[in-house]
Design a binder for this molecule. Structure first.
Ligand SMILES: Nc1ncnc2c1ncn2[C@@H]1O[C@H](COP(=O)(O)OP(=O)(O)OP(=O)(O)O)[C@@H](O)[C@H]1O
Ligand SMILES: [Mg+2]
Length: 276
C-alpha cells in the first residue's frame, strides 16, 4: 500500500479523531527548563484543606523526592497533576504551554504525564513482553494501517524498555509469576512505552526487599535526565540513596525544600516528620 492509500484508509475509519489527537497532540514546551508549575493550588474535602496554597516547581530532567507525614497531601498533589482531582483554586501548567486544568485524565496522560500507583496493575495472565506490547495498545489502534512499517520500531522499543527495567531474561514469563519488585519494574516499563516526559511514582519501594530497593534506585536514577521523575516515598534510606532535591510537604503546602542534608537538619521538618 502506498502512503496515499494508507492515509485514505485511516481517514475512512471512524476513529479519525484519535488519529488527529495523536499527531496534533500538544507538544510540551520546555524552553524555560521548568516542566511543572503548581501555583497557589488549594483543594478541600468536606472543608478540610488537603492542599493549601501549594507552590511547586519541577525542572525538566529532575529527579525530585517528595516526603512528608501521612495526610500531608502528597497523593492528592499527584491527583491534581494527573487530572483525577480538580483544585478549588490555583494553576497547574505542564511546561510553558499546557494548562493541566483544561485537560481530562486521558488528555494529560497523552500530553506526556505518566503515573505509577503503589499497587502494581500488570496483566497477570500475559507475558512480560505482551504487557509492554499491550501498553502501546492506544498507539497500535491508531497505527494499525501502518503496522508493517511500525512493527520493527515497536519491537526495538519493547526490547529497549526490557533492558531499561532489567527484565530481558523474563520477557516470556507470565507477569503473574514475577516477584513484587519485578512487577513494579514492569509497570514502570509499561509507563515508559507511552514515552512520558514526566513520571509520577507514589511509594515505589513499599514491600520491596533491600536488593529490589537498590535496583529501583538505579532504575529511577537512570530515567532522570531524559525523563523528569517525581517520587513520593516514606522510606528515608531509599530517599537518601536517590535524593538530589527534596521537598517536604506538610498540611498541604511546602514546609522545606533543599538537599537531603538541608531538610534533615531543618528543625521544623524534624518536628513534624523525621523526629517521629
Ligand atoms: N478524595 C478524597 N476525599 C476526601 N478526603 C480526601 C480525599 N483524598 C484525600 N483526602 C484527605 O486529604 C488528606 C491528604 O491525603 P493524601 O492521601 O494526599 O496524603 P498523603 O500525603 O499521600 O499521605 P500518605 O503518606 O499516608 O499516603 C488526608 O487527610 C486524606 O484523608
Ligand atoms: Mg499517599
Amino acid at each position: 500500500m502506498n502512503s496515499l492509500q494508507n492515509l485514505r484508509e485511516v481517514m475512512r475509519r471512524d476513529r479519525v479523531f484519535d488519529f488527529m489527537l495523536q499527531t496534533t497532540g500538544l507538544e510540551v514546551d520546555l524552553s524555560h527548563g521548568t516542566i511543572l508549575y503548581l501555583e497557589d493550588v488549594s483543594v478541600s474535602f468536606d472543608g478540610f484543606k488537603a492542599i493549601n496554597d501549594l507552590n511547586l516547581y519541577i525542572d525538566a530532567g529532575e529527579l525530585r523526592c517528595i516526603i512528608g507525614p501521612n495526610g500531608a497531601g502528597k497523593t492528592t498533589m499527584m491527583d491534581i497533576i494527573t487530572g483525577k482531582t480538580r483544585p478549588d483554586k490555583g494553576s497547574a501548567f505542564f511546561g510553558q504551554n499546557i494548562n493541566l486544568l483544561h485537560l481530562n485524565e486521558a488528555e494529560i496522560a497523552q500530553a506526556g504525564i505518566g503515573r505509577k500507583f503503589q499497587k502494581p496493575t500488570v496483566f497477570e495472565f500475559h507475558t512480560v513482553f505482551e504487557n509492554l506490547e499491550l501498553s502501546m495498545a492506544g498507539d497500535k489502534r491508531v497505527w494499525q494501517t501502518f503496522r508493517a512499517r511500525m512493527e520493527g520500531s515497536q519491537l526495538d522499543r519493547i526490547s529497549n524498555v526490557l533492558e531499561i527495567i532489567g527484565l530481558q531474561e523474563c520477557h516470556h514469563k507470565l507477569a503473574g509469576s514475577l516477584s513484587h519488585g519485578q512487577k513494579q519494574w514492569l509497570e514502570i516499563g509499561m509507563l515508559l512505552m507511552q514515552n512520558p516526559k514526566l513520571l509520577l511514582v507514589d511509594e515505589p519501594v513499599a514491600g520491596m526487599t533491600h536488593q529490589e530497593m537498590e535496583r529501583t534506585a538505579e532504575l529511577l536514577t537512570s530515567l532522570a535526565g531524559e525523563h523528569t521523575v517525581v517520587v513520593v516515598e516514606h522510606d528515608m534510606d531509599f530517599v537518601r540513596s536517590i535524593a538530589r532535591k527534596v521537598t517536604v510537604l506538610h498540611q498541604g503546602s511546602v514546609l522545606a525544600e533543599g538537599s537531603m542534608d538541608e531538610v534533615q537538619n531543618d528543625r521544623r521538618v524534624v518536628e513534624v516528620y523525621l523526629g517521629e
